[in-house]
Design a protein around this ligand. Structure first.
Ligand SMILES: CC(=O)/C=C/C=C(C)/C=C/C1=C(C)CCCC1(C)C
Ligand SMILES: CC(/C=C/C=O)=C\C=C\C=O
Ligand SMILES: [Fe+2]
Length: 570
């Protein structure tokens, strides 16, 4: 391999650079250090003025990023690399490896997430605002080739071109005056139209990445226009996923479709007549068919927020959280502590169950108030009388909405050592299908065992919608302000194994089953870890023992990321 930095060497660069704007690394091995410096600095200056256009390719040979002008250092300075914008548009190279990669592990792990939190001189407010940054780990014959690249969404391209925010992100709204010069003349009505036609909404698909049954790989966020196809080898943006079904008028979608080899299920919330369309798309198709519609039970103006949902073999479980889309907050330029949402526990919390076959809503129960981003899994079970009951598990934040505001970048960057992360648990819903009015919500496993943090979960995908035993998720070693551990939770035996190292922030532990495995936990868990000293590495844990098998070190620090997928090598 050409000239990879040692982690240590890169670390010192990282520290100098931790607050600079995005720049470019060079791959041209023929140029000398002085040329590199001059070229890089020129590029950086250009970038500081306006984010440069196409970044220069970097293959196998990362060079030190330019030294920033001191007066430009701000905001992100000295904060954990997890909350520091990625320093270059793209990078690719082989990672240095400790340990041994299992010989059966051949394929690509892709992770999406918001990796760039500033544009021009403007620093973004919330974790979810950042521009999508894809990271890949290609496992090939025991070696690990890795890379990252920013997604070329319209929102990111416009921001680069105009050096300012041009679309509405999760918490950020472009200033009217700025939009004025960017596009249409501003007017209150015009602005509302631009919002409700979806024109001003972001397509920054920074939340997750999925492999459809036909092999296409798609990045996603909660706006429908934020469904973007990518090449999983080069990480290049291919283009928008064009839905061919007339359902895109509804603008928003669940960020977490459920995908199998044959189909994809997702939810499309309806902001006008509060409810959700449950839709299904065959592998190979771009057309979603509406299987059924759930009408919201509460009298509130907006439907409950649906970041994710769950399926069993025969049913779709549709959550209606008391944290609801708020038209009032959608129209506000300045964010509220709950952003586009409002908390309406007085209007009730519900779960609906729809038959996958008929689209009929077969149960609609009231449950205790809850707050969740992520459903873990669901399955059909029998109660003590032999009647069918749906079990649905989620990462539940004890009905405490503070978690949303805890993910503000300022909070993530500035709380050092205080135990400020609100408690979370595995919430287990029991939904009877016998017409009962109420469902139950319990704590599946004593939350203390995983440090009272619980989010960013995965399971063995072969157990999707089936009875299952193991949850892999981010837990905590307290005190902390963010989940800083990896946890394997045995929800049957109610035991937990944790992995934690001081100063590390691991992202979603992603389980890949060993081909031919019999045991549910026979496989590996992959997580990308941002280190307290500014570096980063990919860790592989044994799915069963939860012991470290291998660690592959990046020559630079990666920011935190959200969700991933596995693309097996054919
Ligand atoms: C990163 C993540 O998990 C969630 C991202 C959510 C986004 C980008 C939500 C965007 C929205 C708007 C820009 C306005 C309309 C409502 C809403 C879908 C929340
Ligand atoms: C990272 C996160 C919550 C962590 C709290 O414990 C939620 C991410 C949600 C979007 O995918
Ligand atoms: Fe998510």
């Amino acid at each position: 391999m050409a000239s990879l930095f040692t982690t240590k060497a890169m670390m010192s660069h990282h520290h100098v650079l931790s607050s600079t704007r995005l720049t470019t690394l060079y791959s041209d091995n023929s140029i000398n250090d002085q040329q590199i410096k001059t070229k890089s600095q020129a590029s950086h200056r250009l970038f500081a003025r306006r984010i440069s256009g196409a970044a220069r390719a970097v293959i196998n040979s990362p060079m030190p990023p330019p030294v920033p002008e001191i007066e430009k250092l701000e905001g992100e300075r000295r904060c954990h690399v997890a909350w520091t914008s990625v320093q270059q548009e793209k990078w690719e190279g082989e990672l240095t490896l400790q340990g041994k990669i299992p010989t059966w592990l051949n394929g690509t792990y892709l992770r999406n997430g918001p990796g760039l939190w500033n544009i021009g001189d403007h620093d973004f407010r919330h974790l979810f605002d950042g521009y999508s940054t894809l990271v890949k780990l290609q496992f090939d014959g025991g070696r690990v080739f890795a890379g990252h690249r920013l997604l070329e969404s319209d929102a990111y391209k416009a921001a680069k071109k105009h050096n300012r925010l041009c679309y509405r992100e999760f918490s950020e709204t472009p200033k009217p005056a700025i939009r004025n010069s960017f596009k249409n003349p501003f007017s209150g009505i015009g602005e509302i139209l631009r919002l409700f036609s979806g024109e001003s909404l972001t397509d920054n698909a920074n939340t997750g990445v999925i492999r459809l049954g036909d092999g296409r790989v798609m990045c996603l966020t909660e706006t429908q226009k934020g469904s973007i196809l990518v090449d999983h080898e080069t990480l290049e943006t291919i283009g928008k996923f064009e839905y061919d079904d007339g359902l895109s008028d509804h603008m928003i979608q669940s960020a977490h479709p459920i995908v199998t080899e044959t189909e994809m299920w997702t939810l499309i919330p309806d902001l006008v007549k509060p409810g959700y369309r449950v839709v299904r798309m065959e592998a190979g198709s771009n057309r979603r068919e509406v299987v059924g519609r759930v009408k919201c039970r509460s009298g509130s103006w907006g439907p409950g927020w649906v970041h994710s949902f769950a399926v069993t073999e025969n049913y779709v479980v549709v959550p209606e959280m008391p944290l609801r889309y708020s038209v009032k907050n959608l129209l506000r330029a300045e964010p509220t502590p709950l952003y586009k949402f409002e908390w309406c526990p007085q209007d009730g919390a519900f779960l609906h169950v729809m038959s996958k076959l008929t689209g009929e809503v077969v149960a609609s129960v009231e449950v205790p108030a809850y707050v969740t981003f992520h459903f873990i899994n669901a399955y059909e079970d029998e109660d003590e009388n032999g009647a069918t009951v749906i079990i649905a598990d989620c990462c539940e934040h004890n009905a405490d909405t503070r978690i949303l505001d805890m993910l503000r970048l300022h909070t993530l960057r500035s709380s050092h050592g205080q135990d400020v992360l609100p408690d979370a648990r595995i919430g287990r819903f029991r939904i009877p299908l016998d017409g009962s009015k109420y469902g139950r919500l319990e704590t599946a496993v004593e939350a203390e065992k995983h440090g009272r943090a619980m989010d960013m979960c995965s399971i063995n995908p072969l157990h999707l919608g089936q009875k299952y035993r193991y949850v892999y998720a981010c837990g905590a070693q307290r005190p902390c302000n963010f989940p800083n551990a990896l946890s394997k939770v045995d929800i049957v035996e109610k035991k937990v194994k944790n992995w934690h190292e001081h100063g590390m922030i691991p992202s979603e532990p992603f389980f890949v089953p060993r081909p031919g495995a019999i045991h549910e936990d026979d496989g590996v868990v992959i997580s990308l870890v941002s280190e307290g000293n500014g570096g980063s590495f990919a860790i592989l844990l044994d799915g069963s023992s939860f012991e470290e098998i291998a660690r592959a070190t990046f020559p630079y620090g990666l920011p935190y990321g959200l969700h991933g997928c596995w693309i097996p090598k054919h």
